[in-house]
Design a protein around this ligand. Structure first.
Ligand SMILES: C[S@@+](CC[C@H](N)C(=O)[O-])C[C@H]1O[C@@H](n2cnc3c(N)ncnc32)[C@H](O)[C@@H]1O
Length: 365
C-alpha cells in the first residue's frame, strides 16, 4: 500500500507545489490517512482529547438538552451529530436518554464508523432533507478538521503558502493564490491582517455550516470547536503565524511535514463566518460561550454533589478554565424554537470587534 507521503511527493513532482488544503486532505483522509480508520486515536490513550472522550457527562448534558427541547417542540427531539468521530458522544447520549425516547438519533461522518444502536448512520447529510431535524444538530471539533489554505498578507495582496518537495520531505513555498476562487475567501480578512501575517482558512467552513443549517427544521444548531470571532482570530499580537496546530500523543506543535498520516492537523475556526452563514440561512444567534458555560447551561452540575469522585474529576477537566473549559467555544444558533428558560445559565453573545482607535483623538480632545 502506498503511504500518504509517497502519494503527496508523486503529486508534487507531477503538478508542482500543492495548496496546503490538498496536502491536509491526503494526510488526514486519503488511504492510510490519520482519520481513514475505524478507530481514530481520540481520548486519553490517543493523541488528543475531546469533551466526550473525557467523560460521558458531556453526552448526558446533551441528552438533558434534548429532553428540554422536546418539551418545547411538542414531541421527542431528534439529534443529528456531524463528524461523530469514534461515536463516544452518541454512545453517552443513548445511555443517558430516557428509555423509549422516540426522537430520531442520526450520525453523519466523512469516514463511516461503527455506531451504537439505535443511531442511524446517514449516507449523506442531504438524506435528512425530506424530514428535517426537529431538535438538535450538533458537532464537536468538526470544523477545525476541515482542510484549510494558508494565506500570507503581502503588502496590499495575498500569497499562498504551498507545499513543495525538498530533500525527500516537504517544505513551505510562497506562491501566488493557487485558484482565483480563493480570492473571495481571503479578501474579507484584508483589513485585519498585517503585512506578513498568516491566515488559515477552510473553504468548507461556511458551505458545511450552511448544509447543517439546512438540515434543521426547528431547534438548535450547536457547534463546539477551537476558534474565535474574526477580530480575535486575526489578533496579530497572538496569532501572527496563523493557527495551524498538529497533535500527536498529547503534544502540540506546528510542523505538519513530520509523521504525515500519523498526526492530527487543525486550524482555529472563524466563528464570525459561521454566525453570518447561519443568520443568512434564517437562524437566530443565541450565544457564543465557553465549553464550561455551555455545560453549565445544560445542567452539568445537576447531581454532581452526589457523584463518585472520579466523575467529579472528569467534570473538573471538562470545565477546566486553563484548558478545554475555555479553549473550546460553543456557538448556539436557533430556528423556530422558544429558548426562554431552556438554559440554566444565560448564553453570552459573541463579542463584537472593538471600535478602531481614532488617529489623533487624544490631541483633539
Ligand atoms: C477532531 S475529530 C472529532 C471527532 C468527534 N466529534 C469527537 O468529539 O471526538 C473530527 C472528525 O470529523 C470528521 N470529518 C471531517 N470532515 C468531515 C466532513 N466534511 N463531514 C463529516 N465528518 C467529517 C473526521 O473524520 C473526524 O472523525
Amino acid at each position: 500500500m502506498s503511504t500518504p507521503s509517497a502519494r503527496l511527493l508523486r503529486r508534487i513532482e507531477r503538478d508542482g507545489p500543492l495548496p496546503f488544503a490538498e496536502f491536509m486532505d491526503e494526510a488526514l483522509y486519503g488511504e492510510g490517512g490519520y482519520y481513514a480508520t475505524p478507530r481514530p486515536r481520540i481520548g486519553p490513550a490517543g493523541d488528543y482529547v475531546t469533551g466526550a472522550s473525557i467523560s460521558p457527562l458531556f453526552g448526558a448534558s446533551t441528552a438533558r438538552l434534548l429532553e428540554r427541547l422536546g418539551e418545547r417542540l411538542g414531541g421527542d427531539a431528534d439529534l443529528l451529530e456531524a463528524g461523530y468521530g469514534d461515536g463516544s458522544h452518541l454512545e453517552a447520549v443513548v445511555a443517558a436518554l430516557a428509555p423509549g425516547h422516540r426522537g430520531r438519533l442520526l450520525g453523519w461522518e466523512r469516514v463511516t464508523r461503527p455506531l451504537p444502536a439505535p443511531v442511524v448512520d446517514l449516507p449523506a447529510l442531504e438524506a435528512v432533507a425530506a424530514s428535517r431535524v426537529r431538535g438538535l444538530v450538533f458537532s464537536y471539533e468538526l470544523f477545525d478538521a476541515l482542510p484549510f489554505h494558508r494565506f500570507r498578507r503581502a503588502g496590499d495582496g495575498w500569497e499562498e503558502l504551498r507545499v513543495e518537495a525538498r530533500d525527500g520531505g516537504f517544505a513551505w513555498r510562497r506562491a501566488p493564490l493557487s485558484r482565483p476562487e480563493l480570492s473571495p475567501l481571503v479578501e474579507p480578512y484584508a483589513e485585519l491582517a498585517q503585512d506578513g501575517q498568516i491566515v488559515d482558512l477552510a473553504p468548507a467552513w461556511t458551505s458545511l455550516y450552511a448544509r447543517l443549517a439546512a438540515a434543521l427544521d426547528a431547534g438548535l444548531l450547536v457547534t463546539c470547536d477551537y476558534g474565535f470571532e474574526r477580530h480575535r482570530l486575526l489578533d496579530p499580537r497572538i496569532r501572527r503565524h496563523g493557527t495551524l496546530a498538529c497533535y500527536r500523543r498529547h503534544r502540540v506543535h506546528r510542523n505538519p511535514f513530520v509523521d504525515v498520516g500519523r498526526q492530527d492537523i487543525t486550524a482555529h475556526v472563524d466563528f464570525s463566518a459561521l454566525i453570518a452563514e447561519g443568520e443568512r440561512a434564517g437562524l437566530g444567534t443565541l450565544g457564543l460561550v465557553s465549553q464550561a458555560e455551555w455545560l453549565g447551561a445544560c445542567g452539568v452540575f445537576d447531581g454532581l454533589d452526589r457523584a463518585a469522585p472520579g466523575t467529579r474529576l472528569e467534570a473538573a477537566r471538562l470545565l477546566d478554565p486553563a484548558a478545554m473549559g475555555t479553549e473550546i467555544r460553543v456557538l448556539v444558533q436557533a430556528r423556530e424554537v422558544d429558548a426562554g428558560g431552556l438554559f440554566d445559565l444565560p448564553l453570552r453573545a459573541p463579542r463584537s470587534a472593538p471600535a478602531p482607535a481614532r488617529r489623533g483623538a487624544r490631541a483633539l480632545s
